[in-house]
Design a protein around this ligand. Structure first.
Ligand code: ADP
Ligand code: MG
Length: 570
């Protein structure tokens, strides 16, 4: 199964290096925090090693490592969702569409980064030791659903992943992962920005190992031993290690940004938008943020992670720094590197930090303005953005008072104007009819239900556009947001909706009074008869074909909210 899903096998190396880099970040962080470690943090690095004879490639790091339980949990099953489920989903996805992209999405969602090693290997061996433990673990599998696991006494710090390369790949030189040229190429392409050195010992040193063994056998005199000492193996660092966010825009290609995004987000698709920021002066920082092109499955789950990492002077401090991005922009991924914070910052101190708050304000404004620019520069991109993240963004209308107008500006809503395309509020205002006073909306469960509601009749007759708000979150914000650009939001299902213009009013005044008189008796009879059900029965000008409709008071909760409360047992 594993062979068929990837379009480009080379990315297995990116995945293993990405894991190694994360492990080094974690170890450095533990040592900064003063955790008691059985580990040396003086030369943290990643190492690639090829054994030509055995046709293996090893990716080694001296990072945090894994405990026995970690290995079972993290490596033993494909992500936490389990192998069986993954396979079933993958099969379904394949049957539904022959689309490679669909299966790529699945890989991203299930996080089979480590398993991508099986694209090029028929056996994977992992040896690891957690930095707080003295015992190591050895795990081995041929990638067919089973594995062996055992404790080992002598395990070096960190993790090594050894791939026994498939013979067919080694012969096909496009995929010869024993070739140092090939490996260099892949590292340059996918992992250049990794901030840890990725080292490789030059191929010529394979023979040095033999010379070394010989030297031990027959050398006993000091001078002789020295003469026979093999040359230092030539170690080469393959990546530039330059933090991408610290390089100037024109120095970095889009592809590099995209690879970086994949590294930090664990996503497999390119981002929709890349945002760079650089602030100089008293509080210096750099930010490199991304808007993904797809919402994660857990966007609306409580335990979900927020995606902005905090660095201080190039040192990784924390994942998922919620002080930098509000809840409603939780899908934004990226890195913020601050120059003037202490390496010992904790979540608690961050919350108090005024500079962090200032930074957060700027980041939020920048994200919102980027989306606004996208609306004109890349309409299709904006449509994707709104489809994927709109529901989350609208949460900001409830709690980000400062940016409320900016959020409304980038919001889109279904409307009676177009059955397919949502509209922005700006576009709505542009289409408002002469004499139209308000932005009309109706909330409800679905478009089809609210479109057939009798409340719509008068608006349809008048040609007034009505926003159709069907997300649960719409119920929440629309009551508390009074207006957009000077126009008030007005529910069509509440209170007296006065659709007549001044002239129509004057003309109709006498007629209305007459009608009111004619029907007075009937109305009061109906009000008494229906007193259990309704507060008042009124003559209405809002209906054209239906005989009657039920209207809420201006300050009543909407029927949908009423249902919600009822469902919650209130
Ligand atoms: P992801 O990186 O998206 O979490 P992976 O399949 O790549 O998914 O890795 C699964 C988990 O295994 C990682 O989250 C990490 O906890 C652990 N892991 C993998 N490689 C290493 C490594 N070299 N050192 C320490 N832990 C690792
Ligand atoms: Mg990974």
């Amino acid at each position: 199964m594993i062979h068929s899903i990837y379009s480009n096998k080379d990315v297995f190396l990116r995945e293993l290096i990405s894991n190694a880099s994360d492990a080094l970040d974690k170890l450095r962080l533990e040592s900064l925090r003063g955790t008691d470690l059985h580990a040396d943090t003086s030369d943290l690095h990643i190492e690639l090693e090829v054994d030509q004879e055995r046709r293996t490639l090893t990716v080694r790091d001296n990072g945090i490592g894994m405990s026995h339980d970690d290995v079972v949990q993290l490596i033993g099953t494909i992500a936490k969702s389990g192998t069986a489920e993954f396979l079933r989903e993958l099969k379904d996805a394949k049957e539904e569409s022959k689309d490679a992209a669909a299966s790529q999405d699945l890989i991203g969602q299930f996080g089979v980064g480590f398993y991508s090693g099986f694209m090029v290997a028929d056996q994977v061996t992992l040896v690891t030791r957690h930095a707080t433990e003295s015992q190591g673990t050895r795990w081995e599998s041929t990638g067919e659903g089973t594995y062996t696991i055992e404790a080992v006494d002598e395990a070096p710090q960190g993790t090594s992943v050894t791939l026994r390369l498939k013979p067919e790949d080694t012969e096909d030189h496009l995929y010869d992962y024993t070739s140092s040229r090939k490996l260099k190429e892949i590292v340059k392409r996918y992992s250049d920005f990794i901030t840890w050195p990725i080292r490789m010992t030059a191929e010529s040193t394979n023979t040095a190992t033999d010379a070394d063994a010989d030297a031990e056998k027959d050398g006993d005199g000091e001078a002789e031993a020295e003469a026979q000492t093999p040359p230092e193996p030539e170690v080469e660092t393959l990546n530039s290690m330059k933090a991408l966010w610290a390089r100037s825009r024109d120095e970095v290609t889009d592809e590099e940004y995209h690879e970086f995004y994949k590294h930090i987000s664990h996503d497999w698709t390119n981002p929709l938008e890349t945002i760079r920021m650089q602030a100089e002066g008293t509080f210096e920082y750099q930010a490199l943020l991304f808007i993904p092109s797809q919402a994660p499955l857990d966007l609306f789950m409580r335990e979900r992670k927020r995606g902005v990492q905090l660095y201080v002077k190039r040192v990784f401090i924390m994942d998922d720094c919620e002080e930098l991005m509000p809840e409603y922009l939780r899908f934004v991924k990226g890195v913020v590197d601050a120059q003037d914070l202490s390496l010992n910052v904790s979540r608690e101190t961050l919350q108090q930090d005024r500079q962090i708050q200032l930074m957060r304000r700027r980041l939020v404004k920048k994200v919102l303005s980027t989306v606004k620019d996208m609306m004109s520069a890349n309409a299709e991109g904006y449509a994707t953005f709104w489809r994927e993240f709109g529901r989350a963004v609208k949460e900001g209308l409830l709690d980000d008072f400062e940016n409320r107008d900016a959020i409304l500006e980038i919001s889109s809503f279904a409307s009676t104007h177009d059955a397919e395309q949502p509209t922005t509020l700006r576009q709505y205002l542009d289409r408002m009819k002469d004499g139209q006073q308000h932005i009309y909306y109706v909330t409800g469960e679905s478009r089809s239900i609210i479109e057939s509601s009798p409340h719509m009749e008068a608006f349809r007759a008048k040609g007034y556009e009505v926003l159709l708000l069907t997300d649960p979150i719409d119920e929440m914000w629309v009551g508390s947001v009074p207006e957009f650009d000077g126009k008030q939001f007005q529910s069509i299902a509440k209170g007296e909706v006065d659709l007549d213009t001044e002239e129509e009013k004057k003309e109709g005044e006498a007629e209305r009074e007459q009608r009111q008189k004619d029907f007075a008796e009937l109305l009061s009879w109906m009000t008494t008869t229906l007193s259990e059900q309704v507060k008042e029965v009124r003559l209405s000008s809002r209906l054209t074909t239906s005989p009657a409709c039920i209207v809420g008071d201006t300050h009543d909760v909407t029927p949908a909210l009423e249902n919600m409360f009822r469902a919650m047992g209130q």
